[in-house]
Design a protein around this ligand. Structure first.
Ligand SMILES: [Ca+2]
Ligand SMILES: [Ca+2]
Length: 221
């Protein structure tokens, strides 16, 4: 059973597929392509769709930094798990392509929590280095701490985990204690759920662009 949905296309497509405005955007794309001014306007659409994304590479602070609320402004805080009871730490992991990483502490053997302080419906991160299959424990909860699903590593090395289509995500628990030499995470990306007013603004903006494109097409034809 696959508990998480690896995103094999692109982050924008993944986001769009779970976005309530996706039908409208797809219709608009079709229209814009047919109107002959699609390319320039599609760039605007793509930019709008990813405007609320945050990506953390863990190169923002020095190696050795214990991480709790340094990223609170982006919408995520970290706290100790129950195994070692320590905060995660920014560490070098030469086996991971994007080192430095965020590791359980002491590296790389333990667990920690991520808490998303703003509503988010898409979370993705890399985790590894996995030396044994199915040793990771990654549990996902909604903002009310209701359990949503558990995931584990289905491969060796670095693996990308993507959680979407679950509704709002509030907490993710990460435990790599059963993997030889442990594992850590990197490139944590998440999208804030757009506020209704933002959606309305985006929708009306797209409608305006569509009308503009249609007018231009008529003028050119
Ligand atoms: Ca990194
Ligand atoms: Ca390992």
């Amino acid at each position: 059973m696959v508990w998480y949905a690896p995103c094999l296309v692109s982050m924008h497509d993944c986001y769009e597929s779970s976005n309530p405005i996706s039908t409208e955007v797809k219709e608009m794309k079709k229209h814009l392509f047919s109107s002959g001014v699609g390319l320039a306007l599609l760039i605007v659409v793509a930019f709008s769709g990813t405007a609320s994304a945050a990506t953390i590479t863990f190169s923002e602070y020095p190696v050795g930094t214990l991480v709790d609320n340094q990223y609170a402004g982006l919408g995520v805080v970290f706290s100790p798990g129950g195994v070692n009871g320590t905060l995660p730490i920014i560490a070098n992991d030469g086996a991971m392509p994007g080192s430095p990483v965020l590791s359980p502490n002491p590296p790389y053997n333990g667990d920690f929590w991520m808490t998303f302080t703003s509503p988010t419906d898409y979370v993705q991160f890399e985790a590894g280095y996995w030396d044994t299959l199915s040793t990771g424990v990654i549990n996902v909860y909604d903002p009310f701490a209701t359990f949503l699903l558990t995931a584990t590593n289905l491969g060796y090395g670095a693996e990308t985990f993507t959680f979407q289509g679950l509704g709002n995500i509030g907490y993710i628990y990460f435990n790599s204690i059963n993997d030889p030499a442990g594992a850590d995470i990197d490139n944590l990306t998440f999208y804030a759920v757009p506020e209704p007013s933002t959606l309305l603004l985006l929708g009306s903006g797209l409608a305006g662009l569509g009308l503009w494109g249609r007018k231009r097409f008529k003028a050119n034809s």
